[in-house]
Design a binder for this molecule. Structure first.
Ligand code: SF4
Length: 88
């Protein structure tokens, strides 16, 4: 009985560590709103991370780049004609 309880505790701890490692590896995108011209290219390239706001500037969705969107987020940084996006 105790072995089963210990195993469940170990599984919970391991799952928590894996989740926190994924969280730490997530990138964060930042847009300089003064530099953004509102061309919309970043939204076309990576809609998982960027969206247009009513005042025709791009904004970042959420706090972190979701898993699986890292490469397209980097493409958006490279393709932005105003160099307004940074990845941290
Ligand atoms: S690609 Fe650059 S300039 Fe164009 S909307 Fe996105 S952040 Fe703004």
């Amino acid at each position: 009985m105790r072995a089963l309880r210990d195993r469940r505790l170990l599984m919970r701890l391991t799952q928590g560590r894996v989740e926190s490692m994924e969280w730490r590896s997530a990138m964060k995108a930042v847009i300089d709103n003064d530099a953004c011209t509102g061309c919309g290219l970043c939204v076309e390239t990576c809609p998982e991370v960027f969206e247009m706001k009513d005042d025709d500037v791009a904004v970042v969705k959420g706090d972190a780049v979701p898993a699986g969107a890292e490469e397209t987020a980097k493409e958006a940084v490279e393709d932005c004609p105003s160099e307004a996006i940074k990845i941290e």
